[in-house]
Design a protein around this ligand. Sequence first.
Ligand code: NDP
Length: 318
Amino acid sequence: KVVCVTGVSGYIASWLVKFLLQRGYTVKATVRDPSDPKKSEHLLVLDGAKERLRLFKPQLLDEGAFDSVVDGCVGVFHTASPFYHNIKDPQAEMLDPAVKGTLNVLRSCAKVPSIKRVVITSSIAAIVYNGRPLGPDVVVDETWFSDPAFCEKSKLWYMLSKTLAEEAARKFAKENGIDMVTINPGLVIGPLLQPTVNTSVEPILKLNNGAKTFPNATFRLIDVRDVANAHVLAFENSSACGRYLLVERAVHCSEVVQALRKLYPALSLPEKCADEKLSAPIFQVSKEREKSLGVKFTPLEVSLKDMVESLKENIFSG
Ligand code: NDP
């Protein structure tokens, strides 16, 4: 049982590799820079890694670079994609790696008949950004698609990258007979295996900064372990198909602050909501499809606690 995971230095992929090794898979793992210990050391010490984890370094945009990596695999998990703010050149930094990178991986997959399914890490970013009205009673589900024109007009480059990448992947998979499933998580939180902080946990870490107010913002949160597990389920469950939107809870920032305060009274958390326009509308998210996949939801409080514990030694304690 050999599988490939791309972008294994990442937050989600690190947990995915851990779970795949636990389940007895041999994992061909791709990492941009294997010489950087921060990118792979935490994976090399996982149970089973010595025997069944192999690192490769194909570059996402090098044509054919994934041919030899996916060769012999039964499944491919494509998670590698840029996810950060402050982008200077959206095309080169974000859109090309996301879209061309995904197609490059899929082109290699199309050459390998042993591959039963490809699971792609997409995002809620490819679902909700289309200008349709949102509100507390609106339930967003997998039939929603973000609109590239809307994302571009609003300069939502990450959202655009995920939308175009998923669209391109779906088209390529259909035309080439690839069985493809996408996982579309909300904002991912929970414990980190790697020694670096991920973009999605930053807004939570920022709450512990001694400021008087917290942002007037809403989040749709999901635990990183549930996301990684959903990837495994989406591969192993033969009836899995299409997209799976993953959100445990839609919350206002005030609820996150409250939960953190209850868990860690000594943290330097803000008391009041900032007097500013709500940064993103509140809306609900359907859980029907993710439940059908068998995903178990880690409650927000547990995700927060485990996340803080995993960071306690360094960042969160300030
Ligand atoms: P990380 O930033 O932790 O991981 C991203 C991974 O992609 C890293 O391995 C990174 O490699 C790799 N990568 C980024 N840019 C490139 C590039 N140009 N060439 C090659 N590799 C690249 O993020 P996450 O684990 O959170 O993200 C994993 C996937 O999940 C992404 O597709 C992201 O869009 C998606 N996602 C994440 C959510 C979240 O809240 N975290 C929510 C929804 C979807 P390197 O370490 O070398 O930079």
